[in-house]
Design a protein around this ligand. Structure first.
Ligand code: CDP
Ligand code: MG
Length: 644
């Protein structure tokens, strides 16, 4: 029997009208939301301030509308005339992506057109993009190719209070770029490039990544650059002082009271305490309203999510009305957006977040906050040259920010999973990242930008001399800098172009000589993303190395060749077996164990190289490869021959 479809023979065309009602209702709702934001009533005044001052600091409570509204105000006020763009930097990728999507929706445009975003390995912009959200690290990379950031009329450094290493470096750079672009500056020291008295930028003699762009500038004047620093922290003094007494304006927030609860006793397992708080303290006793739980990373989030699902199964049908939504950096962007969708009627939404939700991303509907009082942070030991990720107590400022998330739309409650006496012991504010991370990447970038005297760079807060020195030494050992601390050509220049940790860039460059670039691309792509299951970004890095003219070939089954190449790149991370079975890292002298999750956990090999150092209950290394100890003296004689 013929099916309906086959027997039906369409004769004419039918056109359907899309039901626009839901869309219209949503747009109407968004419009109302925008109008009710605290920032909406001060649009005119803010624009006047920006027009009057070349540098403006804007301080406002999280959720007041800074990130989503101010770029639109500027656009409407004509700051993108002449085809220039407004650039907004975020410390976190998630924020750049979710905010760009929201603003595109508010403007009623397709993402990537007027409003777009650009993060490492993902560029959703076009020639018509005028409001561009991006990570702070990405803008630094743009400065390598376009040293005067010529396509921007305004740069907004958002979430400046986070004080990421990229934000700090960016502030120093922007200060200089702005000086150059403001009128009447004849000469400048940004990169040793000259500017004539008529404002024309003269070409620099030698060749570097910026030169081709400089050629385009010849004979053209750049308009001045407006700089806006936005921060959720009330203390704008540090930024104002650094930026020559820049003006700071405060946006009145709307904050409802939040009741703070502490545990009576210290908790041994905060994940367990979080679960108990979700179910026994909130879900079964408290009124409706969503819960935001702060956790330290993806692993914790996934384990708590699983536990919640287990617990829900034990409950009566009518008590199971709870949904969980995770949010962390490496989550694919479609899934990140789930966090903003309201829970189905009658359901409670439990948001499991890293400290992304502290200030970067404002999620509506939260009435309860659960704060274990810890955060995962970078930590660096400049003596040993070891960087690690460690779980540390939050600062008081962070604890306050977190509890504030419960009082955005009405009175809320915050449950701190530690006793009140512990709160008093917390640091007042978080130490800037630049004081606790490996600086090799930063120094390589500064060198590529032409900042020769890295010790003298105008940092908002100077990293220790020891940390700078250690990183300079590391870059010399990797061949990125010459012995007299100049960017080496071509290795240093090539390394600076790759959006990767210097050691990975070096591994790729070496791999092209060892005929195993095909394999190394896969390894480096896997190592440089948070989760390989979400972001296989090997295609993007490949484009970079192709542009650099490196030879992509495969070593096939010759794993020996590949391991030799790894040894040549990661020689600083070599470790030798000790009589007790542990390993001693040669560069730092640290005694470490291979992490139980490693396939080589039970290896008996004498010499290994590793990629990651983690400090939990013990000191562990991860991502381990067996090598032959003799390779080190053969492949890295400048380092190991000295010790013989
Ligand atoms: O930057 P700030 O913390 O001042 O606020 P914002 O990020 O501009 O957020 C303003 C409002 O937009 C908040 O009420 C958010 O709930 C809302 N928003 C949203 O609903 N969805 C997003 N993806 C981003 C913001
Ligand atoms: Mg914001």
């Amino acid at each position: 029997m013929p099916s309906m479809a086959q027997s039906h023979n369409p004769k004419g065309k039918i056109s359907f009208n899309h039901n626009n009602k839901p869309n219209f209702a949503r747009r109407q709702k968004i419009l109302e939301q925008r109008k009710s934001l605290p920032i909406a009533s001060v649009e005119k005044r803010l624009i006047e301030e920006v027009q009057k001052h070349d540098i403006l600091i804007i301080v406002g409570e999280t959720g007041s509308g800074k990130t989503t509204q101010i770029p639109q105000f500027l656009f409407n006020a004509g700051f993108c005339r002449d085809g220039k763009s407004i650039g907004i930097t975020q410390p976190r990728r998630v924020a750049a992506v979710t905010v760009a999507k929201r603003v595109a929706e508010e403007c009623g445009v397709e993402l990537g057109q007027k409003v777009g975003y650009s993060i490492r390995f993902e560029d959703v912009t076009s020639s018509s993009t005028r409001i561009k959200y991006m990570t702070d690290g990405l803008l630094l990379r743009e400065a390598l190719l376009d040293p005067f950031l010529s396509k921007y009329s305004v740069i907004i450094v958002d979430e400046a209070h986070e004080r990421t290493v990229h934000t700090d470096v960016l502030l120093g750079l922007l200060k200089k770029v702005q000086k150059v672009r403001s009128k009447n500056v004849e000469d400048h020291t940004l990169v040793g490039r000259k500017r004539a008295s008529n404002g024309t930028i003269l070409e620099k003699e030698n060749t570097d990544p910026g030169v081709s762009v400089l050629k385009q500038y010849q004979g053209r004047k750049l308009p001045p650059l407006k700089l806006i620093i936005m921060s959720a922290s009330l203390d704008a003094r540090v930024f104002s002082e650094y930026l020559g007494g820049a003006r700071a304006v405060h946006i009145q927030g709307r904050q409802f009271p939040v009741d703070i609860f502490y545990t009576v006793d210290p908790q041994t397992d905060y994940l367990d305490s979080a679960i108990v708080t979700i179910f026994q303290v909130i879900h079964s006793n408290e009124a409706s309203g969503d819960i935001l739980v702060f956790l330290t990373g993806q692993e914790e989030i996934e384990s708590v999510e699983k536990q919640i699902q287990e617990n829900l199964k034990q409950l009566r049908e009518e008590d199971r009305k709870m949904i969980t939504v995770p949010i962390f950096s490496s989550l694919p962007s479609e899934q990140q957006m789930r966090v903003f969708a309201p829970a189905p009627p009658g359901f409670r939404k439990v948001i499991l977040a890293t400290n992304i939700a502290e200030t970067s991303v404002t999620i509506p509907g939260i009435k309860y906050v659960i704060d274990p009082g810890v955060v995962k942070a970078r930590s660096y030991d400049p003596v040993r040259g070891m960087e690690s990720l460690v779980v540390v107590p939050t600062s008081k400022a962070q604890a306050l920010q977190r509890s504030g998330r419960a009082g955005r739309e009405g009175p809320g409650k915050c449950f701190r999973l530690y006793p009140e006496s512990e709160f008093e012991k917390l640091e007042d504010s978080t130490k800037p990242e630049i004081k606790r991370c490996n600086l090799s990447n930063v120094i390589l970038q500064l060198k590529a930008l032409g900042v020769d005297d890295v010790f003298g760079f105008d940092f908002i807060e100077k990293p220790s001399r020891a940390a700078i020195k250690k990183s300079v030494e590391e870059l010399i050992l990797l061949g990125a800098l010459t012995d007299d601390c100049k960017l080496s050509d071509p290795v240093g220049c090539q390394m600076a172009r790759l959006p990767l940790d210097p050691i990975y860039s070096k591994a790729l460059i070496l791999a092209s000589q060892f005929n195993c670039l095909e394999e190394m691309l896969i390894v480096v792509a896997m190592l440089s993303v948070d989760s390989i299951f979400y972001e296989p970004r090997e295609n993007q890095i490949r484009r970079h190395v192709e542009q650099m003219g490196l030879c992509i070939s495969s070593c096939g089954d010759d794993t020996l060749q590949f391991r030799r190449c790894l040894a040549a790149a990661f020689f600083l991370n070599a470790a030798l077996k000790q009589p007790d079975g542990k390993y001693r890292a040669l560069a730092s002298g640290e005694v470490v164990s291979i992490h139980p999750s490693s396939v080589l956990f039970r290896t008996k090999a004498d010499c290994i190289i590793f990629n990651e150092f983690v400090k939990t209950s013990d000191k562990y290394i991860r991502n381990v490869t067996i090598i032959d100890g003799f390779w080190l003296t053969e492949l890295a004689p400048h380092y190991y021959a000295k010790e013989e």
